[in-house]
Design a protein around this ligand. Structure first.
Ligand code: GGG
Length: 356
């Protein structure tokens, strides 16, 4: 039997509710299929750890995580701590420390869910957003000067390297090639940002020569946001910078029904380091502790993790179970239902147990 070592880091807010739910369904899949077993280790890192130790994770945390096959992550964010401290202290430390440069964000309207867009046909929204996840606006390059004086200044410089842009383009063209429409939209703001974003467009053109079977086009990020709402069916695979794709994928989650159903994988495609899987939503402390968080994003995320671990059958069974449960109307409040996290989880576990 195959064994996979998973590091579970629920971290903050509803992360502490959805990650246990995700582990429950993955353990149900392991039992149902008999194909694999999970060795899960739990790490109590995050904002509570920060309050106790002054750090979101221990200094040698990356060394500890290095030996795992995957990281199953909840969310960061705490109402009483600065967001830059929590984000950089945990999520970005892991993403950047493990060179998880490809952030993959699929979007679909799951059966039984409703898009807030009028006139959306089933299948109109079926996108994969590829987010550059290691540099760009999240390079952490900048500083402050003249603190506290009238001439105080802050800089935040986006960094685009040839290696960084080329490798994310290759991932995006590869994903576009694997999908029936073979269409890639390269999103920038290259009219206004005439250095980094023009560079991004040039590298897209270079990489495209290796993918003659993929149609590709350029779109400005503002126009892309409008197109996602006005002409969703015209979109398939999208590649964008760290910040642009972060914003577009929140919009994507919203037009698919809720951020509560939106998954993501932070991949190191070279597999030198473990990749990290997390729902795209944050800690949602307004609903934390109430048992009403939507676990579907985490289940979809778990399916992506299973695929990455070489368990495509379990990954497929999980998504089929999730779709059956959504279609049956067992849904949390964010997607128009009345079910609790525990009820949705129990329904998915039952659907897995009855699956073929
Ligand atoms: N599970 C995703 C998460 O915790 N996100 C928190 C957040 O604020 N992320 C911002 C970002 O990564 O750009």
């Amino acid at each position: 039997m195959r064994r996979h070592r998973i590091a579970a880091i629920p971290a903050d807010g509803i992360g502490k509710e959805v990650i246990p739910a995700g582990l429950e369904v993955v353990q149900a899949l392991a039992a149902r299929t008999g194909d694999f077993a999970l060795d899960v280790e739990h790490f109590p890192w995050g904002s509570d750890h920060y309050r106790g130790t002054g750090r979101m994770m221990p200094e040698d945390g990356l060394d500890t995580l290095k030996g795992f096959d995957a990281i199953f992550f909840g969310a960061v964010g705490d109402p009483l701590l600065p967001d830059d401290v929590t984000l950089w202290g945990l999520r970005l430390r892991i993403c950047q420390g493990f060179d998880q440069y490809a952030n993959i964000r699929p979007t679909r309207v799951l059966p039984g869910l409703t898009s807030p867009l009028r006139e959306v046909e089933p299948g109109d929204i079926d996108w994969v957003i590829v987010r550059e996840n290691s540099e760009g606006e999240y390079a952490g390059h900048g500083g402050r000067a003249h603190r506290g004086h009238p001439e105080e200044v802050a800089t935040e410089t986006a960094i685009f390297t040839r290696a960084g842009v080329t490798r994310i383009m290759r991932v995006a063209f590869d994903i576009a090639r694997s999908r029936p429409r073979r269409l890639l939209t390269v999103v920038t703001k290259s009219n206004a940002q005439k250095h980094g974003m023009v560079f991004w467009d040039e590298i897209a053109a270079e990489v495209s020569r290796d993918f003659p079977d993929v149609r590709w086009e350029k779109e400005l990020v503002d126009a892309m946001a409008a197109r996602m709402v006005r002409r969703p069916a015209s979109i398939d695979t999208v590649v964008a910078t760290n910040l642009h794709a972060d914003i577009l994928s929140d919009l994507a989650g919203a037009v698919a029904g809720s951020l509560g159903v939106a998954p993501t994988a932070n991949l190191d495609p070279s597999r030198r380091f473990p990749s990290m899987f997390e729902p795209i939503h944050g800690s949602a402390f307004d609903i934390a502790g109430k048992g009403v968080a939507n676990p579907v994003a985490t289940f979809w995320t778990a399916s992506m993790m299973l695929d990455h671990l070489g368990e495509p059958r379990a990954a497929r069974l999980l998504m089929e179970a999730v779709e059956r449960v959504c279609a049956a109307g067992i849904r949390t409040a964010d997607v128009g239902g009345t079910a609790t996290t525990a009820e949705v989880t129990a329904a998915v576990v039952a659907a897995i147990s009855g699956a073929n």
